[in-house]
Design a protein around this ligand. Structure first.
Ligand SMILES: [Zn+2]
Length: 248
């Protein structure tokens, strides 16, 4: 196999590997994306639950005020009924004062009752609004989750095919040039990307400046050449891209 053919075979393998890496990386993100939507839903639920709790407390306080008003009312009635059995003007004045005080307290309690009633109405409006918002958001998130799950499935199907393709390419190389395959796998384990194009005067993998003699050797393509810094296999991009690369 000529050096260029070797490089071409390895580049095919590398393209498969890069696509596998890309899809696996995407697939790793998807469960996280899904759990983020679940967290958001939970936060919305908690917000609503808090408002409902607030409403419950307000209702309790309002009901207590209602009881207070009824109590005062009873006491006032009671005092009023005693007005006719009094012996002196002084006793009547004192009783009237007591009634007045009770009436003031009752008016305060009624006022507080109304304030609480208003607050309850506001909280209920907020609950209605938030519930509608949450429902809308929930269906958006559900939609998004479905889309992510479908994407995951699609990626997995693609990955299965790619792994098959890779296995074929690997087996072919193993038959024809197993030491080349070993080299490829070793560099891939360490660097991920195995082949790097020469970019100007630098290695396209690590961007270190390459000696001119090495660049000449790469262009001549009589043997495989490696970057002395990152150890990747180097190629002259026009050789593997059929000259369709924009470069000078
Ligand atoms: Zn390098």
């Amino acid at each position: 196999m000529s050096v260029l053919n070797k490089l071409r075979k390895l580049k095919e393998l590398q393209e498969i590997d890069q696509e596998i890496d890309r899809l696996e990386e995407l697939n790793e993100k998807i469960p996280r994306q899904i759990s983020e939507t679940e967290n958001e839903e939970q936060a919305l639920d908690e917000e609503l639950e808090e408002l409902k709790q607030q409403r419950k407390e307000l209702i309790k306080r309002r009901d207590r005020k209602e009881t207070d008003v009824q109590d005062y009312e009873g006491k006032i009635e009671d005092k009023k009924s005693k007005r006719f059995n009094l012996d002196s003007q002084k006793e009547l004045e004192s009783l009237n004062n007591e009634i007045e005080t009770l009436e003031e307290k009752m008016a305060d309690a009624e006022e507080e009752y109304l304030v609480l009633d208003d607050e309850i109405e506001k909280v209920e409006d907020e609950i209605r609004e938030k519930t509608a918002e949450a429902q809308e958001r929930f269906s958006e998130l559900e939609e998004y989750r479905k889309e992510r799950e479908q994407q995951l499935e699609k990626n997995q199907e693609k990955l299965e095919k790619l792994h098959e393709e890779r296995e074929e390419a690997r087996q072919e190389l193993e038959r024809t040039n197993s030491s080349l395959l070993d080299k490829y796998e070793r560099i891939r384990d360490r660097r991920g990307q195995v082949l790097a194009a020469v970019e100007g005067e630098t290695c396209g993998g690590c961007h270190q400046k390459l000696p001119p003699q090495l660049i000449n050797d790469i262009r001549e393509a009589n043997s495989l050449q490696y970057c002395e810094f990152c150890n990747r296999m180097l190629y002259w991009h026009e050789d593997l891209n059929g000259g369709d690369q924009e470069s000078s």
